[in-house]
Ligand binder design. Structure first.
Ligand SMILES: Nc1ncnc2c1ncn2[C@@H]1O[C@H](COP(=O)(O)OP(=O)(O)OP(=O)(O)O)[C@@H](O)[C@H]1O
Ligand SMILES: [Mg+2]
Length: 236
């Protein structure tokens, strides 16, 4: 029976469509109980000791599920968790339909000839707000990039909401330093992915500051981490 249960997820994956093969996980699209579902499977890494690998993989699966649930409980959009198989390290998530990554969205706006600065600014503000809410719940994402935030269209007229994903490196912490580093990681990713967006990222931070109850200590830490980063790059 236990055997049968543990075979359920791999069985389903054989019929699923592989969307993305990453270094740590494979992401599939499937149907689960009649619903469009994203399955994230963390596979074994041969270069790691099997016991250590199993431990790390299990921890990431647990962290991902825990942070998603914590966000959802606080009213922060993240996919519904349908099912977790801790044997095959598979998480079954609601597929956010009609969505694209914030990364692709920014890139497509930037490619348009007509300048759409206000649209980009509004998006940056919305990202700042959702991250402020997440940090106020003491969720530190651990891998903030514009690929790990989805934009879901709600209406034809362009209304949308933002959905946070990819919580495998997340953890719970109230420390301003941890949140500051989270923002620093995003800043690095943001500026290197999207050219000429310094002012836009400042907008994001401004909106984060206005939305979070605990932002001043976090921004102070962000400044410290930036300085450390700069010193390190000067030393080489
Ligand atoms: N719930 C979801 N609904 C719709 N699309 C999703 C969902 N979860 C993930 N995706 C898509 O799959 C991609 C990869 O998912 P995710 O970021 O969770 O995995 P990953 O292996 O960590 O990828 P990466 O290495 O790019 O961070 C996302 O960028 C997104 O395009
Ligand atoms: Mg990702």
């Amino acid at each position: 029976m236990a055997q049968e249960k543990s075979m359920a997820a791999p069985d389903l994956l054989r019929r699923a469509k592989l969307l993305k093969q990453g270094a740590e996980a494979r992401v599939y699209r499937a149907e689960f109980l009649g619903k469009p579902t994203i399955v994230k499977e963390r596979f074994p890494k041969r270069y790691r000791h099997p016991v250590l690998d199993e431990k790390l993989t299990h921890r990431r699966t647990v962290q991902e599920v825990r942070s998603i649930l914590r966000c959802r409980r606080a009213g922060i959009s993240a996919p519904v968790v349908y099912f977790v198989d801790y044997t095959s390290h598979c998480i079954f998530l609601e597929e956010i339909i009609c969505s694209i990554t914030v990364r692709d969205h920014i890139a497509s706006i930037q490619q348009c000839d007509t300048s759409k600065d206000s649209e980009l600014e509004q998006l940056a503000e919305r990202v700042g707000q959702i991250l402020a809410k997440m940090h106020d719940e003491d969720v530190v994402h651990g891998d903030l990039t514009t690929s790990n935030i989805l934009l879901r269209r709600i209406t034809e007229s362009g209304e949308y909401d933002l959905v946070l994903i990819d919580f495998g490196l997340s953890y719970i912490s109230a420390l301003p330093e941890d949140k500051g580093v989270d923002l620093y990681v995003l800043e690095k990713a943001f500026l290197s992915t999207h050219p000429n967006t310094e002012a836009l990222f400042e907008k994001l931070l401004k909106s984060y500051t206005a939305s979070s109850k605990k932002s001043s200590a976090v921004i102070k830490k962000l400044d410290e981490v930036r300085l450390r980063g700069r010193k390190r790059s000067m030393v080489g």
